[in-house]
Design a protein around this ligand. Sequence first.
Ligand code: ZN
Length: 293
Amino acid sequence: MPEGHSIHRLARQLTDVFAGQRLEVSSPQGRFAAGAALLDGQVFEEAFAHGKHLFAAFSSDLYLNVHLGIYGAFTFGGDEHFSGASFIGAPRKIGEREDHGLLAFSAQPPEPRLTTRLRLVSEHGWADLVGPTICRTLTEPEVAQVRSKLGPDPLNRDADPAAFYRAAARTSRPIGVLLMDQAAISGVGNIFRAESLYRCQLDPFKPAKDCSSQQLEALWEDNKQLLELGVKLGRIVTTDPADRPGIPDEQAWPEHANYVYQKQGLPCGRCGASIALEEVAGRKLYWCPGCQL
Ligand SMILES: [Zn+2]
């Protein structure tokens, strides 16, 4: 599943491609036909993200709300005015990278697929959405209601980390489970979860309410920093430059990108213990039993 940084990149790209333009909005597949009809012919104002939810405001005061889930993805294309990633969404290769392949320099979108839920077309570019968990229109109060149930997103400037600290203080669930709970903190997925806990030397199984305020603040700050780098790079790179001398951020992926994610059985770079892999709450958790105490 794409982590929060991908959704923020998606929001930026949608805004770059479509802001201020009147769009043709359709649902070639038909499953979003009624919603598309409400947005068709309206001006796209701007898109923003909260965790793994994407919102896009239209001039009719309606919002498009998309959650990509595990399988959802956008493809983009356009004429010579278009620049950006051609693909953002469900990873097609290990490592949750985006596809920066050849851009489709065509003002006209391709024939829709049977699964194309949503198609946005402007004068200069187009975007197709397939496979989302959520694709719907919302009013402004409904957007506020959805957002009120989400934990703070470290990538949002107005995010209040205190809400995350309060959620932690209330639960004896392991901190490694809480980090994946979108109602406690938004946008952190499996890779950022494992990597931030390793970087903060925290036992993933420690009950959240037993974590000190310093530990929770360190986790928030670390996830914020890692997510911000993810937005910049379009890839998840969690290693400090000091741990990969001579290799810049842009070249760290995949070999030097992470400390514990998919490193099970390999020696920990910090203590030499064997990196462990366990299934926790249905997701694979990577961690070092030697130094995450
Ligand atoms: Zn270790």
